[in-house]
Design a protein around this ligand. Structure first.
Ligand SMILES: *[C@@H]1O[C@H](CO)[C@@H](O)[C@H](O)[C@H]1NC(C)=O
Ligand SMILES: *[C@@H]1O[C@H](CO)[C@@H](O)[C@H](O)[C@H]1NC(C)=O
Ligand SMILES: *[C@@H]1O[C@H](CO)[C@@H](O)[C@H](O)[C@H]1NC(C)=O
Ligand SMILES: *[C@@H]1O[C@H](CO)[C@@H](O)[C@H](O)[C@H]1NC(C)=O
Length: 444
């Protein structure tokens, strides 16, 4: 399978219409500083005061999402409270941690008769008073499971729940004891007094295991975190503050991997929270996260612009919040063509940069690896790899930095073709099978 990414032309006109809309809004509210598209608690309180129809008990906020249902014939759920915590003054403090042990229902199923058919991570929280929306992340053994923005509270209180399908992390959930870490950077002062009461629960559903080989959609056998290690006074994400910075870590890959997919988590903050409407002097409106393997660009992610609950005008995002705000999208980058390089048992450097970045981008990832159960070693090779430099430009049509007009373009193409071969060792009952000859070769 070719891994190819390039400019998505169709989205440009939509984005343009939307930019006009948001910029118009901005001119009314935030005159000279388009990057600071936020209302203060006092502004919001003033609006709340003249909207009597909104003055009611706790509001339930929600993001429109597909409901999660276990496959037919599943049993469960078996539910386990993983963490219960009140996030008050937590900004620049260590993440809240809890010891994680696989729930006993998972151990009981470990005999092989049952497998997880659906795993759901439930984040349930409430808050009242005044507070900004805050970013949070949940990590298990260093692998990120969930990233979201909190709901920006109302004086009478808000509550919201996120149910995320975490079945793809089944191997992590079953792997044994590890550490659950939750970072939610909240600040409390005389004005902003809202604390976030949070419960994190894991719901597991099971189905009978079959003898047939797992479908290609089966969860990875191993999930390797590509994040910062505890202890730290922040989330486990890397923080990228400018366009030249590359943040990386070193990892090894099991010798019998036959498929590798990097799942990237990303969120933009501070000067780049609204990067898609930045002016030329703010590095323009184009950003991408590039994936670096041993110094080479092997993939790129063009993130969807997620507007947090306090973004632009918080009144737009209640009670239905914007797409991805409570459960941020992640991006899969196929790294299988590069397995030939990774299967040598040595450490490799995997890193991230953000093209045109201003302060701050929070980026980390999980490397999902599928292993060959019938072989202790696979091999692979890269057949073709082409990653020319990004092209594009910003052309200003007016010099006025507020009411200006400019065109920004960007184009990126990364392609890689490789093969992976599984040298299935002959079973003792088949002594004539050629040893070590490739019996299964897949080409990407
Ligand atoms: C969290 O769980 C505790 C104990 O069951 C409960 O008292 C509290 O209301 C829950 N909080 C939320 C936000 O669901
Ligand atoms: C895992 O943690 C549980 C609960 O703390 C403990 O009882 C158990 O002995 C631990 N298992 C291992 C293998 O460390
Ligand atoms: C980019 O950020 C890195 C890490 O903070 C810093 O070392 C470097 O000097 C910065 N580069 C520029 C051009 O600001
Ligand atoms: C991307 O690169 C590949 C390989 O070099 C090439 O075949 C393909 O046509 C390119 N696609 C675009 C859109 O430029």
């Amino acid at each position: 399978m070719m891994t190819t990414s390039s400019a998505h032309d169709g989205s440009h006109s939509l984005l343009r219409v939307w930019l006009c809309f948001t910029l118009l809004l901005c001119f009314r509210s935030c005159a000279a500083s388009p990057r600071d598209l936020r209302f203060s608690a006092e502004d919001i309180a003033a609006v709340e005061a003249v909207l009597p129809s909104l003055r009611q008990a706790k509001t339930t906020f929600f993001e429109v999402d597909r409901p999660l249902r276990p496959p037919r014939g599943s049993s469960g759920p078996c539910s386990t409270l993983l963490l219960s915590h009140v996030f008050a003054s937590t900004f620049n403090k260590p993440p809240v941690i809890a010891a994680y042990s696989p729930p006993s229902c998972l151990d009981d199923a470990g005999g092989g008769a049952l497998i997880v058919s659906l795993a759901v991570l439930e984040w349930r929280a409430d808050c009242h008073g005044a507070q900004y929306d805050r970013i949070f992340g949940v990590w298990l053994g260093g692998a990120e499971l969930l990233r979201g923005s909190t709901a920006e509270p109302r004086p009478e209180g808000v509550t919201w729940t996120v149910n995320k399908d975490v079945t793809k992390y089944a191997s992590l959930l079953a792997a044994g004891n590890s550490t659950l870490a939750v970072y939610l950077g909240n600040l409390i002062d005389d004005t902003y007094d809202g604390v976030y009461n949070t419960n994190l629960t894991l719901h597991l559903y099971f189905r009978r295991a079959t003898r047939s080989p797992p479908p290609s959609s089966a969860p990875a056998d191993r999930v390797v975190p590509v994040s910062r290690s505890l202890p730290l006074n922040d989330g486990l994400w890397f923080v990228v503050d400018n366009t030249t910075e590359v943040e990386s870590t070193r990892l090894t890959v099991p010798p019998n991997a036959h498929r590798a997919v990097l799942e990237v988590y990303v969120s933009s903050h501070d000067f780049d929270e609204f990067w898609y409407m930045n002016m030329p002097d703010q590095n323009g409106p184009f950003r991408e996260v590039t994936i670096h393997l041993d110094g080479k660009v092997v993939g790129a992610v063009w993130p969807f612009p997620v507007i947090y609950t306090g973004g632009i005008n918080p009144l737009i995002w209640r009670p239905i919040t914007s797409i991805g705000s409570f459960n941020m999208p992640t991006y899969d980058v196929e790294l299988t063509p590069f397995l030939g390089k990774l299967l040598d048992g040595k450490e490799h450097e995997l890193g991230f940069a953000v093209t045109n970045a201003q302060k701050s981008w929070y980026v980390d990832a999980n490397l999902h690896l599928w292993l060959d159960p019938k072989s202790s070693a696979t091999s692979g090779g890269l057949v073709a790899y082409n990653a020319p430099k990004l092209t594009g430009s910003i052309v200003s049509k007016s010099s006025d930095s507020i009411d200006g007009e400019y065109d920004a373009t960007a184009s990126r193409n990364i392609s890689a073709t490789g093969w992976v071969s599984s040298a299935r060792r002959a079973a003792t009952s088949q002594p004539h099978s050629p040893r070590g000859s490739p019996s299964c070769t897949r080409t990407w």
